[in-house]
Design a protein around this ligand. Sequence first.
Ligand code: DGL
Length: 284
Amino acid sequence: MSLAEPQASGPIGVFDSGIGGLSILNALREALPHERFVYFADTAHTPYGERSDAFVIERTASIARHLRERHDIKALVVACNTATAAAIHLLRAEHAGFPVVGVEPALKPAVAQSRTGEIAVLATRMTVESRKFEALRAPLADQAQFHVVPCDGLAGAIERSDAPAIASLCDRYLAAAGRFGTEPGRIDTLVLGCTHYPFIADEMRRIVGPEVRFIDTGAPVAQQTRRLLDQAGQLAGDDAAGDLLLLCSAAPEALDVAAARWLVLAAGPAFLADAAPGSLAAAA
Ligand code: DGL
């Protein structure tokens, strides 16, 4: 891999299995309006959550190399809880000294905010079955009761904008978590442990009621990214114009539609990029 020294004028790479990371990208663009971003949606391989660790590790490594090699990114945000759980330690080892920010279910903030001490955590199966998740949960086990639900199929349904599947999976998984409400013994806090889920928060709200707190990780991830860039002296100047390049590994139309629907600030068209190992030719 031939890598340029990161430059303050370079973009920040952001990636997810698909459109979910757009929820993190919104927070990043709000917190860092002068930065340039390259967003990679691995739409040819989404969803990751029910695949093998080895598969997600391989995709994550290929995409990180692609973004560094072809787009000279100055930092990488893994806007995917599943890829973070499976691969962030390997990314950090391979890219030592390079800023890499991951996303993990916000259990600590949930404990701090819950009054009943009953907390639901919705995430992919790979996330909740990971060692990283266990390491996050174990030290908090005596402070709250966690109702953890692996949500097979939900990220895929969101990718496809499949409204009936989203509605029935939300019903099923929120019922599996337990009873929601603010009375003692009820779940009063819901951790959205997959970056796709903020896009269906309204659907979940319809089921759990108005008083339950929803916790996602966009804002803290954006702050951590800003901190790391600041420490490295790599923040873009206040006079720089931020921009965004959208890349994906399958036909770009789906990402265009998702970006038009979910991004707070508009983006140009998405481009097909091939981040297969050893085959980095087709990037925009
Ligand atoms: N958005 C991802 C996450 O935060 C991945 C979901 C999936 O691909 O299964 O976990």
